[in-house]
Design a protein around this ligand. Structure first.
Ligand code: ATP
Length: 234
């Protein structure tokens, strides 16, 4: 069962009922305020864990849209992805067919000269595309968030968006104290418990390579794509 733990310091959690319409100026057409989830990752390949995380975050935080953005060149994974960016984006698009509010995003497409894609730059680009009232929620697994101090500009990242940190087996949210967040930063970090998906892309790649049945780990459409293009040694 999903469990919304609250914001990191247990107070200041945003109300889930603040989805609505601006009423500031009656004569101006009212723009819907959107709550946008941004879920980045290697997605090499996208799997059941990603889907569960995206759904859990959208449901708990009343997100209108969740963008799934494969990262062309993830700075903290120096060995790089196995599948090409184009294939990972295609697979993410297939995963997104599972839920109506999921959208594949090419915001983290390859940069000139193969430079690394830093999330702070991605969020800056995303902000430009949205209207000023829209809220951005970065969705991240506990393992990735615990590494935040190694990301480029962690303080700017916490200021640029709210964060939804989702539990992952093997990683304890109690370790968040090691990040030494300020009280203001803690208020922007929301913990979402109750997700316990024992699956990783590494396991899926291994399984595919050794001819194991991975049907329970990835949606059928994604698996079909992998087999059609003989990805991951299939
Ligand atoms: P790999 O095994 O190749 O490192 P991965 O399974 O961790 O891949 P990524 O695409 O690197 O998948 O992860 C993207 C995001 O999804 C990260 O924030 C990660 O923490 C989160 N995530 C992936 N799998 C899970 C899971 N099973 N439970 C919770 N979060 C997950």
């Amino acid at each position: 069962m999903l469990e919304f733990v609250g914001s990191y310091n247990g107070s200041g959690a945003r109300s889930l009922s603040d989805v609505g319409y601006s009423t500031r100026t009656p004569n101006v057409p009212r723009l819907p305020i959107m709550r946008i989830g941004f879920f980045g990752g290697s997605f090499d390949p996208p799997h059941r864990g990603h889907l569960t995380v995206a759904r859990a975050a959208a449901e708990a935080f009343a997100l209108d849209r969740v963008l799934l953005a494969p990262t062309a060149h993830q700075p903290l994974k120096p060995t790089g992805a196995t599948a090409s960016f184009a294939d990972r984006l295609q697979m993410v698009a297939l995963l997104c067919q599972e839920l109506p509010y999921l959208e594949p995003s090419a915001l983290d497409a390859p940069l000139p000269g193969g430079q690394p894609n830093f999330t702070i730059d991605t969020l800056t680009r995303l902000r430009v595309e949205l209207s000023a009232q829209d809220s951005i929620f970065v969705i991240v697994g506990a393992d990735a968030f615990l590494d935040l101090r190694r990301w480029r500009s962690p303080d700017a990242l916490l200021a640029a968006a709210e964060w939804i940190v989702v539990t992952r087996p093997g990683f304890s949210l109690a370790q968040l104290d090691t990040l030494s967040l300020t009280p203001a930063q803690r208020e922007r970090v929301h913990l979402l418990g109750g997700v316990a998906e024992e699956v990783s892309a590494t396991d899926v790649r291994e399984g595919l390579l050794h001819g194991r049945d991975c049907a329970s780990l990835i949606p059928a459409a994604v698996l079909g794509y992998i087999h059609r293009l003989h990805l991951y040694g299939t």
